[in-house]
Design a protein around this ligand. Structure first.
Ligand SMILES: Nc1nc2c(c(=O)[nH]1)N[C@H]1C(S)=C(S)[C@@H](COP(=O)(O)OP(=O)(O)OC[C@H]3O[C@@H](n4cnc5c(=O)[nH]c(N)nc54)[C@H](O)[C@@H]3O)O[C@H]1N2
Ligand SMILES: Nc1nc2c(c(=O)[nH]1)N[C@H]1C(S)=C(S)[C@@H](COP(=O)(O)OP(=O)(O)OC[C@H]3O[C@@H](n4cnc5c(=O)[nH]c(N)nc54)[C@H](O)[C@@H]3O)O[C@H]1N2
Ligand code: SF4
Ligand SMILES: [Mo]
Length: 716
C-alpha cells in the first residue's frame, strides 16, 4: 500500500513548508516539498530533506525512562535503553511518578515551585501551545516568559506599526531594491530566496547588512559588514539623509505617521559623519544606501531576528521599521518590510491556552520566570525555589545563555526534572524522567507561519514509533491523573483545531478544519476584510491580489498611525522617538579592555538551533566546533587556520578550531550553536553568552558578547 500524505514542517523556521510524505506499508519512504504550496514551491531545506534519517534514527527515544544513574552527560550515541543511566518504565509508572512528585512539591513549596520550560521544538498550533498551557495553568505552576528569540524585535516593530504583519514573501519578486538586514536568507529562510532571485532577474539590487559574510552576503550585489549592535545608528543616519535631502514621501508621512517633526529633529543628532565611528560603514556608503533605498521603487526590507539579539535590539528594530514609513513604500507591491507575518493568523489562543484556569487555581496570575534567566532562576530563586522543571519542545542545556550556570542548576539533586523529547539531548542528561515524543510524521497538527500567510493541515503519515506520544496526549494524560475535571482536558485534537479556528479574526473567515483537511494549505482571506470590514484597506486594480495592510495607513496602533513618536515608550522611560547607545558589551564598552573581540554566537546554517546536531547526514554538511576569526585578529595572536584556540570571558571558556577565511571583519569573531556534548569538553558557545536582557521585550543578547581568544595548540 502506497500513499502520499500532506504535512507541514513545524520547525522553528519562517518558511513553514508544505511537505509531502510518501508512505509504503506503514513506513515513510520519501519526503519532498509540496509543489502546490506557493512559498514552498516543491523544495525543502537540506536538513529536512534528510528527515527520514531523523524520524527513523536508532537514537530516537521510544519509551519512558527513569534515571538510575547520576545526573550528567551520557555522551553522544548512548543507547537510550542503557541500564546504567536510564531504566525503561511504563507510561503509567512515569505519569504516576510525575503526579506524585508534583503533589508533594505543591504541598511543601506551593505550585509555583513547578516551572514548565518550552520553546520552539514545534511551532505546531496544538503541540506548541494548548493542552500543556491548560495543564500548567490549572496546576498553578510558575509561568514562563518565552522571550529567548524574538521579543525585543516584536516590541520594536509593534512600537511603530502595531502588529506583526509584514510584506508577504511573494511580493519580493516585485521589488527593485531589497535589503536583507540581519537576515541570513540562505541559511534560515531559504524559501524567500527564489523570489529574490526572480526580482534580480528583473534588475533588482540585493543589499546585505550583516557583520558576517553569510552565503546570502556572498552572492549579494552589495554587502555592508556593519559592526554588531549598531543598526539603530545606521538607520538613523539613513533617515538623516532621507529627511534632510527631502527624499521622503511627504503625503504618506503627513497622512499616516505620528511624530515626524520629532523624528526630523532627532535624526539631526546622527549625521553619517558621526555614525561611522559606531557602524564602521563609511560616510559615502551610508549616504549611497540611504539615497538608493529612498529612490529605487519598490524597495523592501527583509529584516530578521539577528538584529535584535543585542542589548539595544528593540530600538534597532524600531529605527529600521521607521524607514518604510517615511519613504511610503508600504503603498507598493514589493515594498514595505517583513520581520514576521505571525500576527495575521489571530487564532483563538484563549480557547487553546485557557489562562482563566490559572486565576481559578491561584486566585491571581502565577509568578513569571524569564527563560533567558534560567540559570539564575534555578540557582537563586526563592519563595518558592524551583523544585520541578518540565521541559518539552526545548533543549535549554544547549540553547540558553550562560550555559555553565544553567548546568549548575540542572545538576541540583533536589531538582525534579522531566524532559519530553525525541532524542537524548544535552537536557535529558539531567532528566529524572524522560518521556518519548512523536515527530510531525506521527501526529495531526494545525500550522501557521511567521514568514508567509498560509494556514496548513498536517496529517499524520505514520503511526507513532515505539511508545511515543504527542505533547497534547502527554498533558491530557497528566491532567487526568491529577484529577482535573474541566471538560477542556478531554477535548479531541479535532475539537481543539475547531476551537482555534473559531476566532474574531476576519481573515480566518471561511477557513475551517474540514477545508484545510481537503486543501492542505489555505491563504488567509485578506479580501474579506478588504471588501467589508475596512474599506480603506482596498487597493485599486491588480494590486488587490496582494496584502498591503498599510497602503492607506490604517496602522493597528493606539493612534491608528505609524508611531514615530510613542507615548508607551516614554512611559517605559525610553526615548519616545528613537535613539542609539552602543551596547555595553561591545568594542565601545569598558569590558573591551579585557575582552576585545565581539562574538556572534550564531546559528548553524544546517541545524535548527540545536535540533539536527545529532543527525549524521546533517552533520556532514556542517563542521562542528569552529571559531571564525579575521586574518588580522588571528595573526596578532599567532593563530593559524586549524589551530585549537581557547575562547573565553569571565563567564566561561571553550576550545574551538580556528577558521581564518575572510568571513569576518577585524574585531568580530563567530562560533555556532550545536549540542554541547558534541563539542570538546561538552560545552557549547553559550558558555560565553550572558543573561543580560534587551532594552525592550526582555529578550536574550546572544550577539552582544565580548571574548578574548588565545592559541591553545597548533594544528598537528
Ligand atoms: N538553518 C537554520 N535555520 C533557522 C534557524 C537555525 O538555527 N538554522 N533558526 C530559526 C530561528 S529560531 C530563528 S529565530 C530564525 C532567525 O533567523 P535570522 O534572524 O536570520 O537569524 P540569525 O541567524 O540570528 O541572524 C541573522 C543574521 O544576523 C546577523 N547579525 C548578528 N548581529 C547583527 C547585528 O548587530 N546587526 C546586523 N545587521 N546583523 C547581525 C548574523 O550574522 C546573521 O547572519 O531562523 C530560523 N531558521
Ligand atoms: N548561542 C545561541 N543560542 C541561541 C540562539 C542563537 O542564535 N545563538 N538562538 C536562540 C533562539 S532564536 C531560539 S528560538 C532558541 C531555540 O531554543 P529551542 O526551542 O530549545 O530549540 P532547539 O534546540 O531546536 O530544541 C528544541 C527541542 O525540541 C524537541 N522537539 C521537537 N519537536 C517536539 C515535540 O513535538 N515535542 C517535544 N516534547 N519535543 C520536541 C527537539 O528534539 C529539540 O531537542 O535558541 C536560542 N539560543
Ligand atoms: S526547516 Fe524551514 S525550510 Fe526547512 S523544511 Fe522546515 S520550514 Fe521548510
Ligand atoms: Mo528563534
Amino acid at each position: 500500500m502506497k500513499k502520499v500524505v500532506h504535512a507541514a514542517c513545524p520547525h522553528d523556521c519562517p518558511d513553514a513548508c508544505g511537505v509531502l510524505i510518501t508512505v509504503e506499508d506503514g513506513r515513510a519512504t520519501k519526503i519532498q516539498g509540496d509543489p502546490a504550496h506557493p512559498v514552498t514551491r516543491g523544495f525543502l531545506c537540506a536538513k529536512v530533506a534528510k528527515y527520514l534519517d531523523r524520524v527513523y534514527s536508532p537514537e530516537r527515544v521510544l519509551y519512558p525512562m527513569r534515571r538510575v544513574g547520576p545526573k550528567g552527560p551520557t555522551g553522544p550515541g548512548q543507547d537510550t535503553r542503557s541500564p546504567q543511566v536510564f531504566q525503561r518504565i511504563s507510561w503509567d509508572e512515569a505519569l504516576d511518578e510525575i503526579v506524585w512528585r508534583f503533589r508533594g512539591i505543591t504541598e511543601e513549596f506551593g505550585s509555583e515551585a513547578i516551572l514548565p520550560f518550552s520553546y520552539g521544538g514545534t511551532l505546531g498550533v496544538l503541540n506548541g501551545s494548548s493542552m500543556d498551557r491548560r495543564f500548567f495553568h490549572r496546576l498553578g505552576a510558575s509561568q514562563l516568559a518565552r522571550t529567548i528569540c524574538s521579543m525585543a524585535g516584536e516590541e520594536g516593530l509593534k512600537s511603530v506599526i502595531g502588529m506583526k504583519w509584514g510584506t508577504e514573501p511573494e511580493q519580493f519578486a516585485h521589488s527593485r531594491y531589497i535589503i536583507a538586514w540581519a537576515a541570513n536568507i540562505h541559511g534560515n529562510n531559504v524559501h524567500l530566496w527564489p523570489f529574490i532571485e526572480e526580482a534580480r532577474r528583473h534588475g533588482a539590487k540585493l543589499v546585505v547588512i550583516d557583520p558576517y559574510r553569510t552565503r546570502t552576503a556572498a552572492c549579494a550585489d552589495w554587502h555592508l559588514p556593519i559592526n554588531p549592535g549598531t543598526d539603530a545608528a545606521l538607520a538613523l543616519a539613513m533617515m538623516h539623509v532621507i529627511i534632510n535631502e527631502g527624499l521622503y514621501d511627504t503625503e504618506y508621512v503627513s497622512r499616516y505617521t505620528l511624530g515626524f517633526e520629532q523624528l526630523r529633529k532627532k535624526v539631526q543628532e546622527y549625521p553619517p559623519e558621526r555614525v561611522v565611528q559606531w557602524t564602521g560603514i563609511s560616510v559615502a556608503d551610508t549616504v549611497k544606501l540611504a539615497r538608493e533605498y529612498a529612490t529605487t521603487r519598490p524597495a523592501a526590507i527583509r529584516v530578521n531576528y539577528g538584529v535584535q539579539r543585542s542589548e539595544r535590539g528593540g530600538m534597532a528594530m524600531r529605527a529600521i521599521t521607521m524607514l518604510p514609513c517615511i519613504i511610503g513604500s508600504w503603498k507598493e507591491v514589493g515594498g514595505g518590510l517583513q520581520l514576521s507575518t505571525s500576527g495575521a493568523f489571530g487564532l483563538n489562543r484563549e480557547a487553546l491556552d485557557r489562562p482563566d484556569l490559572m486565576v481559578k487555581a491561584l486566585g491571581r496570575p502565577a509568578r513569571t520566570v524569564n527563560m533567558v534567566e534560567l540559570g539564575k532562576a534555578l540557582n537563586t530563586l526563592e519563595h518558592p525555589p524551583i523544585k520541578a522543571l518540565f521541559v518539552y519542545n526545548s533543549n535549554p542545556a544547549a540553547v540558553c545563555p550562560n550555559h555553565n550556570e544553567v548546568i549548575r542548576g540542572l545538576q541540583r539533586p533536589d531538582l525534579f526534572t522531566v524532559v519530553h523529547e525525541q532524542f537524548l539531548t544535552d537536557t535529558t542528561d539531567y532528566a529524572d524522567i524522560v518521556l518519548p515524543a512523536t515527530t510531525f510524521f506521527e501526529h495531526k497538527e494545525l500550522q501557521t507561519a511567521y514568514g508567509h500567510y498560509y494556514v496548513q493541515m498536517s496529517h499524520p503519515a505514520i503511526a507513532p514509533l515505539g511508545e511515543c506520544q504527542s505533547n497534547v496526549e502527554v498533558f491530557r494524560g497528566l491532567a487526568e491523573r491529577m484529577g482535573f475535571e474541566e471538560e477542556c482536558f478531554r477535548e479531541s485534537v479535532d475539537q481543539m483545531m475547531d476551537a482555534a479556528l473559531t476566532s474574531e479574526n476576519p481573515w480566518l473567515e471561511g477557513i475551517d478544519r474540514v477545508r484545510l483537511e481537503r486543501e492542505g494549505h489555505v491563504r488567509l482571506s485578506f479580501e474579506n476584510r478588504l471588501a467589508r470590514n475596512s474599506p480603506q484597506f482596498s487597493v485599486p486594480g491588480s494590486q488587490s491580489d496582494f496584502f498591503l495592510p498599510f497602503a492607506k495607513g490604517n496602522f493597528p496602533t493606539v493612534s491608528g498611525k505609524a508611531e514615530l513618536y510613542s507615548e508607551s515608550l516614554k512611559a517605559q522611560g525610553l526615548d519616545p522617538v528613537v535613539e542609539f547607545t552602543p551596547p555595553s558589551e561591545s568594542r565601545h564598552g569598558e569590558k573591551a579592555k579585557a575582552y576585545p573581540l565581539e562574538l556572534l554566537a550564531r546559528k548553524s546554517d544546517n541545524f535548527l538551533n540545536s535540533t539536527f546536531s545529532n543527525v549524521p547526514a546533517v552533520q556532514r554538511m556542517e563542521e562542528l566546533g569552529l571559531l571564525e576569526i579575521s586574518r588580522v585578529d588571528a595573526r596578532v595572536r599567532g593563530i593559524a587556520g586549524g589551530d585549537t584556540v581557547r575562547v573565553f570571558n569571565d563567564r566561561g571558556d571553550i576550545l574551538l578550531k580556528a577558521r581564518v577565511d575572510g568571513a569576518l571583519q577585524p574585531g568580530v569573531v563567530c562560533a555556532r550553536l550545536s549540542w554541547a556534548k558534541l563539542t570538546e569538553g561538552g560545552r557549547n558557545v553559550n558558555v560565553l553568552t550572558s543573561e543580560k536582557l534587551t532594552d525592550l521585550g526582555n529578550s536574550a543578547t546572544f550577539y552582544s558578547v565580548l571574548v578574548e581568544v588565545e592559541l591553545s595548540k597548533p594544528a598537528s
